[in-house]
Design a protein around this ligand. Structure first.
Ligand SMILES: Nc1ncnc2c1ncn2[C@@H]1O[C@H](COP(=O)(O)OP(=O)(O)OP(=O)(O)O)[C@@H](O)[C@H]1O
Ligand SMILES: [Mg+2]
Length: 252
């Protein structure tokens, strides 16, 4: 099996409120799982759990073959390098007082990458996200939203993770820029084999990028399977509503 990330029956409550009611999925190397659902359906909570930024009440999570929830502190530090976040707002990932080069060096140092490779690595990283090397001198506030997101992606892939957790990673971008950044994600995946756990409230985005889809509604899986099958023939009324909402929002 080539499963790089999997969850089984994950339950998470905040006080009396249950945000996830037993959610399962599996993600293969080189594939993208789209996670959709309206606001509050539990998408980010699931993303934080699979990065072990948050502990579930019950259930299991595997990263590679390892039981993520059973790892000790040093094993967890190693595991965290294999799963990286691309957030909605790249400004959350980038230090505003540092240039792009310094931001990327900071990440490489944190990941114990040998210093003598940094200069060439950062040029390669920018190239992988289709940014010219001139941008190494820029500060985050000098970048457009799409450029800043490309830098955040390059930072996330700096040490060849197995999985990217993308939480609304293109949601703040204009439609045309969104399409370009989605293509960059697809190119990166083709060249590196990275798997993506791609959270979005936007079905059009998920349709574009995902092999498989997991539809959440109030913390429950209402539908899952190959994107093509699920979106072509939704079995659940909630998914049909989401599709209708998309068509109303963006008539084709
Ligand atoms: N730390 C927390 N404490 C209390 N409630 C929380 C916490 N984190 C999330 N929740 C609640 O859990 C539910 C799921 O939240 P989550 O952020 O996972 O939703 P989401 O699907 O990512 O929504 P959005 O599309 O708005 O980002 C929401 O009702 C939210 O208010
Ligand atoms: Mg969210």
């Amino acid at each position: 099996m080539n499963t790089v990330l999997a969850a089984e029956d994950v339950v998470k409550s905040f006080g009396a409120f249950t945000a996830l009611h037993g959610v399962s999925f599996s993600l293969e190397r080189g594939k993208t799982l789209g996670v959709v659902g309206e606001s509050g359906s539990g998408k980010s909570t699931l993303g934080r759990i699979v990065m072990r930024l948050l502990s579930p009440d019950s259930g299991r999570v595997w990263l590679g073959g390892e039981d993520l929830l059973a790892l000790g502190r040093s094993q967890l530090r190693a595991a965290r390098r294999r799963i990286q976040l691309v957030p909605q707002d790249p400004r959350n990932a980038l230090n505003p007082t540092m240039t792009v080069r310094q931001n990327l060096y900071f990440q490489l140092r944190a990941q114990n990458v040998p210093r003598k490779t940094w200069a060439s690595t950062v040029e390669r990283l920018l190239d992988q996200v289709s940014l010219p090397p001139d941008y190494l001198h820029a500060f985050p506030h000098e970048l457009s939203g799409g450029q800043a997101q490309r830098v955040a992606i390059s930072r996330a892939i700096a040490n060849n993770p197995d999985v990217l957790v993308c939480d609304e990673a293109v949601s703040a971008l204009d439609k045309s820029v969104q399409a370009q950044v989605l293509n960059t994600f697809a190119d990166l995946q083709a060249s590196t084999g990275v798997a993506m756990f791609f959270i979005s409230h936007d079905l059009a985005v998920v349709e574009h990028i995902s092999d498989d889809v997991l539809v959440l509604n109030r913390g429950r899986t209402v539908e899952s399977g190959a994107t093509r099958d699920v979106l072509a023939d939704p079995q659940d009324a909630y998914t049909r509503d989401l599709l209708t909402a998309r068509h109303l929002a963006a008539p084709s």
